[in-house]
Design a protein around this ligand. Structure first.
Ligand SMILES: [Zn+2]
Length: 167
């Protein structure tokens, strides 16, 4: 892809990739995950989703996938990627803090993680976690941050001019 700068580096994409240039490799265009690799500062492809080895690098967007097997896995991959792209949207109507339990609860649900697993990681009881998520115990930004981190998400705090002027 030439327009790599437009891709979100926190996300993964499905892209067409070339077959490995080895004799015996079927002559197909495959699908592969495309992922930003921070250490090498490159977008990298991996195995084809059908399991075949591929040449590194994405083919131009829109290149037809001719592998008969890759499309069989495409829906599953897309579902996972859609979930990864989930972002908690700021709720303009309510204060950010009041919305925290709701947003964190949604993030937990979307992550597919078990509350028991999260509670164990945070060294709290499952009941305490549940009370945090339902707002019965105050969800501090610290707690939100720790829970969200386990879900692969982060808390974003913004500072902006006060409504009605500076003073
Ligand atoms: Zn394939």
């Amino acid at each position: 892809m030439s327009e790599t700068t437009e891709l979100d580096k926190t996300r993964r994409y499905l892209v067409p990739v070339a077959r490995l240039q080895l004799p015996g490799e079927p002559d197909y265009v495959h699908l592969s995950l495309y992922e930003w690799e921070p250490r090498s500062q490159l977008w990298l492809t991996g195995l084809a989703v059908c399991g075949r080895s591929t040449e590194q690098g994405a083919l131009p967007e829109g290149t037809e996938v001719t592998c008969p097997n890759c499309p069989l896995y495409e829906d599953t991959y897309r579902a996972v990627l859609d979930r990864e792209s989930f972002r908690v949207l700021p709720d303009e109507e309510r204060s950010a803090l009041a919305a925290l339990p709701d947003q964190v609860r949604v993030a937990v649900r979307e992550s597919g993680l078990k509350q028991k697993w999260i509670a164990d990681r945070l060294h709290v009881s499952e009941k305490h976690l549940s009370q945090l998520l339902t707002g019965r115990v105050v969800m501090t930004p610290e707690w939100a941050e720790r829970i969200l981190a386990l879900c692969g998400m982060e808390l974003v705090v913004t500072v902006r001019p006060r409504v009605g002027g500076a003073r």
